[in-house]
Design a binder for this molecule. Structure first.
Ligand SMILES: *Cc1c(COP(=O)(O)O)cnc(C)c1O
Length: 402
């Protein structure tokens, strides 16, 4: 028998759960793309996108997924032969490096493994040795979605400043935007990329590239830039169609507008605080289950753990069995382990992820954790019982001061 019918929770982690309000906003006939409601709506969308990123810089919107946003950023900043430094703390930095290389950019990857954050001393030494200023940018991921590591972007900025190196700081916030604190201007970030389908609770299909005036100076010299990826015409265009270099992504814009309204109604600080508290509940559960038995959160130090995705080491091939059980019997779809082991190796089954980004609340997380505890029992994966109680205590304590 399956108990999966009812509201399901897709925690893979992206696309994330779409709110009913967002889905309803898309339920309409095609709008006029030349004047009226839709064109009038877009400047307000851009303003709120900038507000969430805490920036007065520019924001270009593309019809694309995260890979497209990666390519857009590279295209506007570099010429073939340019050198970039990419500190990697999981799969996604390598993905950005692959895109840069395909465009003729030399991507020097500094690999910090799958469980650690960026070693800032190594970055500092490398930048200090670059006295000819060949490195054009440091490209880092805030939250790596494969490992669950959340890198300290202000600390990376400080390291760059200490060497006086002029490289741009470019940050991938695909998995963290709208979940974890990010302050583009205060943190001195030159380029930030994100997308619609994770913390922004909107279907995949919109990519966002934020860029500072300093980054736009790099655009002046960049020879990788093409007509479609050029960010300049997409900012304050005199003709509406130039925002998107063609037909606007009509229904995605209605969806995004609604999602941004939801974020504004809650307040960005509250959105971040909700993700932080729900994350603590998740960590409490997994840390409890792991006291006795093989289960372990991939990232040990709490300050390096993402507030939007948690990667788990199940310590046995039962990781996949647990994931299947949760989906088939309880309507909870966990994420596969990404980039942790070859998909042909038995170890591939040792990993899974829980996405907790965007439209998630306490009852969903407690439900997901209780489902996982039931699944641990069902597939006979050894653990210390009571992780859900530990999570419930965090949730209860979080309201004590209200
Ligand atoms: C999801 C994600 C991407 C890629 O996005 P796609 O839409 O799959 O192309 C890039 N970087 C990070 C950190 C992500 O989480």
């Amino acid at each position: 028998m399956s108990l999966a019918n009812g509201l399901s929770y897709l925690a893979i982690p992206g696309p994330s759960v779409f709110p009913e309000r967002v889905l309803r906003a898309m339920q309409r006939a095609a709008p006029n793309i030349y004047y009226g409601e839709l064109p009038d709506m877009v400047p307000g969308i851009v303003d709120r996108l900038k507000g969430i990123a805490r920036t007065k810089a520019h924001c270009a919107i593309y019809i694309c997924n995260g890979h497209g946003a990666w390519e857009a950023a590279v295209s506007n900043c570099f010429s073939p032969g340019d050198l970039v430094l990419i500190p990697a703390t999981g799969r996604f930095a390598h993905g950005w490096a692959d895109i840069a290389r395909a465009m003729g950019v030399k991507a020097e990857v500094m690999d910090f493994g799958k469980r650690d954050t960026i070693d800032l001393d190594r970055v500092k030494t490398r930048l200090a040795a670059d006295d000819e200023g060949r490195i054009k940018a440091v490209m880092a991921v805030q939250t790596d979605t494969s490992t669950g590591i959340r890198n300290d972007i202000p600390a990376l900025r400080k390291t760059m400043d200490e060497t006086g190196h002029p490289a741009l700081l470019m940050v991938d916030c695909m998995a963290s935007f709208g979940c974890d604190r990010f302050e583009m201007d205060a943190w001195g970030v030159d380029v930030m990329i994100t997308g619609s389908q994770k913390g922004l609770m909107t279907p995949p299909g919109l990519g966002f590239v934020y860029f500072s005036d300093k980054a736009d100076q790099a655009r002046e010299r960049a020879r990788c830039v093409t007509h479609y990826w050029d960010w300049r015409p997409r900012v304050d265009p005199p003709m509406f169609y130039r925002y998107f270099d063609g037909t606007a992504p009509t229904h995605h814009l209605y969806a995004l507008d609604e999602a941004l309204s939801m974020i504004m109604e809650e307040g960005v600080e509250n959105v971040w605080a909700r993700h932080a508290t729900l994350s603590q509940a998740i960590w409490a559960a997994f840390d409890h289950w792991g006291q006795d038995g093989p289960l372990e959160i991939n990232v040990t130090p709490i300050d390096l753990r993402s507030h939007s995705v948690t990667a788990i080491r199940a310590g046995s091939e039962k990781g996949t069995a647990l994931r299947n059980w949760c989906e088939d019997h309880a309507g909870l779809t966990l994420g596969i382990g990404l980039g942790m082991a070859l998909d042909t190796a038995p170890e591939w089954h040792h990993f899974f992820r829980l996405g907790h980004m965007g439209h998630i609340n306490a009852q969903m997380i407690l439900g997901a954790l209780a489902t996982i505890e039931a699944g641990l029992n069902a597939v006979d994966l050894p653990h210390t019982k009571g992780g859900v109680v530990a999570a419930a205590e965090i949730i209860a304590a979080s309201t004590q001061n209200l």
